[in-house]
Design a protein around this ligand. Structure first.
Ligand code: ADP
Ligand code: MG
Length: 494
């Protein structure tokens, strides 16, 4: 039987699906042919199958990197259901569990290994995996490797080293739809060679896009309340997310709207880790609730039945908007994505978009890192951002941004859990200048992205068409488009 036929019969027999979804066949084929592959498919469209199916078919181990422990747990559980062994190597496991997994890997029992970028910086893990033979290196949520988008993880910048240490297996990079700039940066930072790019476009016919212009905050608050408690609408009393640009707003709204008929929850980066986890779990597993959140609530939110995503403030780009709004309706049932647009809110995003770095700030940060390592880094060779902040002339956020930029040029490197190490004790002027000029370009780019987001909010064009133009795809069907400007009625929720 040829490889494609085998993939097809596995799809039916092992997974119980009757056919491939768009893009899946091409992605699976590229993977078993050993090509570098990039998969750009909207959330919920079935990216995991594109590594699971070839992973079962290929002889060696499939290594999967994902940014969140919970994502790895979910996927490993799914693989266990298929009757195949998976190992998880990350910081949530005890030394004893890790030792057991390592033994299983060594004995060749394990087909899939889930891990994190930090773990892969450790050579013992890479050696073990290289020894048993890795024939696919999967990078989930690959947009974390790009600084243009959102969710940037500096650890992702080191993955091309990890690939070498794993014996140079082909890479399968997966992400939800990304703008061309983000894709280009993923290709560059992961150093993919002549990759097959499988992109299935952005259009999702079950999502109604709408924008409501607001006069001021009071008007906006009123509209928000109406959206959430309209009793004539079947979307009320169903799971919803309200995205806010700042922690302060998320907190205020959660308090102000705690009299809704369903529970309200709050999630932002300033909460304690345990509180965040509890809020996320309540939203994912508890009764229908409204979540007031900042963009910290994102990765791994794969709840299928979110019926509404409301943006209380305009986000910084259409890419961010599409990612966040796209968490609605993963089950394919109708859902509504509403942007509450108050021109005043653009200023907040303008501020986020600014923030260029100059060469002297970078030199200072580099100096701080070297000093910090002398002082605190003796035993482990790395130092925490918190310690560095104590001796830094710049604030914590600026310092962190500088370190990330130094990491992008291989001068510094993240060492996991908020710790940093230095790879080069000299910071050449040309490197500092290059980083500064990069930062300038990035800031300009963010301004442009913001302008396009504002245009989405204010223009009378089809909203789906605007998004497709932005992502340079065009795949909407000819049916009436579900957006307010095209005038289709709100789809009803069954
Ligand atoms: P993504 O990672 O793209 O967001 P997932 O891989 O989590 O999406 O898949 C979303 C859902 O789609 C899962 O429940 C999965 O079982 C289902 N699915 C994937 N491929 C198929 C298929 N070919 N036919 C039917 N359902 C599928
Ligand atoms: Mg996924």
């Amino acid at each position: 039987m040829n490889a494609l036929k085998r993939l097809r019969s596995r799809l039916i027999e092992d997974f119980g699906f009757d056919k491939f979804r768009p893009g899946q066949r091409r992605a699976c084929r590229a993977a078993i042919e050993g090509r570098d592959t990039v998969i750009l498919m909207p959330t919920g469209s079935g990216k995991s199958l594109c590594y699971q199916l070839p992973g079962l078919e290929l002889e060696g181990v499939t290594v999967i990197v994902s940014p969140l422990i919970s994502l790895a747990e979910d996927q490993a559980a799914h693989i266990a259901e298929l009757g195949t062994a998976a190992a998880i190597l990350n910081s949530s496991k005890s030394a004893k569990q890790i030792a057991k997994f390592r033994e299983q890997i060594r004995s060749g029992k394990v087909e899939f290994v889930f891990t994190t970028p930090e773990r892969l910086q450790r050579s013992d893990i890479c050696e073990l995996l290289a020894e048993v033979g890795v024939d696919m290196f999967v990078i989930d949520e690959a947009h974390c490797a790009s600084q243009w988008g959102h969710d940037f993880r500096p650890d992702y910048l080191c993955l091309h080293h990890a690939r070498q240490r794993l014996g140079n297996p082909p890479i399968l990079a997966m992400t939800a739809t990304a703008a061309p700039k983000t894709v280009a940066e993923i290709l560059r930072t992961l150093r993919l060679s002549d990759p097959e790019i499988v992109s299935t476009g952005v259009y999702r016919k079950n999502l109604r896009l709408e924008v409501q212009g607001c006069d001021d905050q009071a008007d906006k608050d009123q509209r928000l309340r109406r959206l959430l408690v309209r009793d004539d609408s079947l979307e009320s009393n169903q799971p919803a997310i309200v995205y806010c640009a700042t922690t302060k707003t998320a907190r205020r709204l959660a308090q102000q709207l705690d009299d809704l008929p369903i529970p309200t929850l709050c999630y932002h980066g300033r909460m304690k880790k345990a509180d965040r986890a509890a809020a996320q779990q309540a939203f994912m597993e508890g009764p229908p609730a409204v979540m007031f959140a900042t963009n910290a609530f994102g990765l791994g939110i794969d709840k299928p039945d979110i019926r509404r995503v409301i943006h209380y403030q305009i986000p910084g780009s259409l890419e961010a908007y599409y990612q966040e709004a796209g968490r609605a309706g993963r089950d394919g049932e109708p859902a509504i994505c509403t942007l509450l647009y108050d021109p005043e809110d653009v200023a907040v995003q303008k501020m986020f978009a600014g923030g260029s770095l100059d060469a002297s700030q970078l030199r200072t940060a580099h100096h701080t890192l070297c000093q910090g390592l002398e002082r605190w880094g003796e035993s482990e060779g790395n130092v925490s951002l918190s310690d560095l902040t104590k001796i830094s002339p710049a604030g914590r956020q600026t310092l962190k941004r500088c370190l990330q930029q130094l990491a992008s040029r291989g001068v510094a490197a993240p060492a996991g859990r908020g710790r940093w190490t230095c790879l080069n004790t000299e910071l050449e002027d040309s490197v500092a200048e290059a980083i500064a000029s990069d930062a300038r370009l990035r800031s300009e780019d963010r301004q442009i992205a913001l302008e396009r987001m504002v245009r989405y909010a204010t223009a009378g064009d089809c909203r789906w068409a605007t998004i497709e133009t932005y992502f340079e795809t065009d795949d909407s069907e000819s049916e009436p488009c579900p957006c307010d400007n095209c005038g289709q009625r709100t789809p009803s929720v069954a």
